[in-house]
Design a protein around this ligand. Structure first.
Ligand code: C2O
Ligand code: CU
Length: 475
């Protein structure tokens, strides 16, 4: 080949490879990183069928009979366990005096199975049934709850756990779920049933009792040397938690279902409404015979002065007996969590301002005085955010209120890039993150599932007063 041809060829080659890398250094690397993180889809061919009946139940509390709402008569609701790739079919039967649905929080389901009334399905009327049918593709701790009058239906007791098992199944001595909820009760132990006026225009309904699996300050008995996988879910209307495990070695190994790239410190993680964290908890061998108090240390700004603020014991652990042989496997981690630090160099594609507005109709309807808005609009009037599947987007949330807003987006996992303008490198994906009072939150997201998905504040009173919008993911 003559030299000049070679020269031209190499020039051409050089130019084309330059063009290639220009494409690559854009946001395409984030898309590829996310796809590698998700891995490929699986199908076990197994069908797992469940029935969930939502109905009022009577329970005994402090010697009094009180009414709550529950799935299958259980408070909290059942724990459904399935394998990744199983076909899950859940028939919901509504025996409540209201419409209801089930939303599979954090699970990437087909849009029509997402349980959002009038967006993805017609609500299930009293006396009627609906079957949810989906194949979970991501292992981890998920939960389910109604998406109709959530601020009432969750507070009354309607929520449960969906565990999609991963390869660490059976490795731990115990695998436990803690549903960490606060309830607001009257003096006789019954629920405060004023759902539609009280708390609606504030920081939400904060309870006067913190419960784990429905019990106030429960006791757990563990053995010295035991290693426990503790799956914590926050189904509270408005309460954030930070947990302290005292002298027990603990680490967060999963956030919102997905394993983390490296273990996280429990004591500094805000578990906000909607969040799940899986904790690897070890009971040291030398603590046999002792007891340990688990505390909540989150300080709620809205509730300063309330009895539930400041560190307080939420569970008591007695250490009785000893295991023969402690488990010593390394902390589980996800090996493909992409680093999106550079994504802050991209300009935000979308900005969402969370704010409040005076609701003039409150003057004659005796309802709450404010509505909660996203970009000055309430749900129904909201802007639909148009997104393309498998593209990277940077979003910024601004908080114009002195209130907390746990931001939840259906149908996606996202990564926090900055808080209040300060870059953070969280080695994990989430589906819910706290927008701090008067603060901002920057996230990156790659939609991977088609459809119009709800995006909202998971503080349930705020959601009830309009703080919801949608993202529409198309090809
Ligand atoms: Cu727990 Cu719209 O979600
Ligand atoms: Cu909010």
């Amino acid at each position: 080949m003559p030299l000049f041809v070679l020269l031209i060829a190499s020039l051409l080659f050089g130019i084309s490879s330059l063009a290639n890398s220009a494409e690559k250094t854009g946001t395409q690397t984030y898309v590829e990183g996310f796809q590698t993180f998700l891995g490929s889809s699986v199908d076990t061919g197994q069908v797992r069928a469940f029935n969930l009946t939502a109905s009022p139940i009577e329970i005994m509390q402090d010697g009094e009979t009180v009414t709550r709402w529950a799935y299958n008569g259980q408070l909290p609701g059942p724990i459904l366990r399935v394998q990744k790739g199983d076909r899950v079919q859940v028939t919901l039967t509504n025996q409540l005096p209201q419409n209801t649905t089930i939303h599979w929080h954090g699970v990437r389901v087909p849009n029509a199975m997402d349980g959002v009334p009038f967006l993805t399905q017609i609500p299930v009327k009293p006396g009627k049934s609906f079957t949810y049918d989906f194949v979970p593709q991501d292992a981890g701790t998920y939960w389910f709850h109604p998406h109709v009058r959530g601020h009432e239906q969750l507070e009354r007791g309607l929520y449960g756990t969906l565990i999609v098992e991963d390869e660490f199944e059976g490795k731990y001595d115990q695998d436990l779920v803690w549903m960490l909820d606060d309830v607001l009760t009257e003096d006789d132990g019954s629920l405060d049933e004023d759902f539609d006026f009280k708390f609606l225009d504030t920081g939400g309904r904060l309870g006067n009792i913190i419960t784990i699996n429905g019990e106030n300050t429960p006791k757990f008995t563990f053995k010295a040397g035991e290693r426990i996988r503790l799956r914590i879910v926050n189904p509270s209307n408005a309460r954030n938690y930070r947990l302290s495990f005292a002298n027990l070695p603990s680490a967060i190994i999963a956030v919102d279902g997905n394993l983390v790239g490296e273990p996280q410190q429990v004591e500094i993680f805000d578990i906000v409404p909607g969040n799940r964290v899986d904790i690897d908890l070890t009971i040291p061998e030398n603590l046999e015979g002792q007891s340990v108090h688990i505390a909540n240390t989150f300080f709620h700004r809205e509730a300063s002065g309330s009895a539930l603020e400041g560190p307080q014991t939420i569970a008591k652990i007695s250490i009785v007996g000893k295991v023969a042989k402690p488990k010593t496997f390394p902390l589980p981690v996800h090996t493909a969590v992409p680093d999106w630090t550079n994504a802050l160099n991209e300009k935000p594609d979308f900005i969402f301002d969370f704010d409040t507005a005076f609701d003039i109709s409150s003057l004659w309807t005796n309802k709450a005085f404010v509505s909660f808005t996203i970009n000055n609009k309430v749900f129904g009037d909201h802007d639909i955010t148009q997104l393309k599947n498998n593209k990277f987007y940077r979003m910024r949330f601004n908080n114009g209120t002195g209130l907390y807003h746990p931001v939840h987006i259906h149908g996606v996992f996202f990564k926090v890039l900055a808080r209040d303008g300060v870059p953070v490198n969280e080695p994990y994906f989430r589906d819910t993150a706290l927008l701090d009072y008067d603060g901002s939150l920057d996230i990156g997201v790659v939609p991977a599932d088609l459809g119009e998905w709800l995006s909202h504040c998971h503080l349930l009173e705020h959601a009830a007063l309009g703080m919801k919008s949608t993202i529409n993911v198309t090809d």
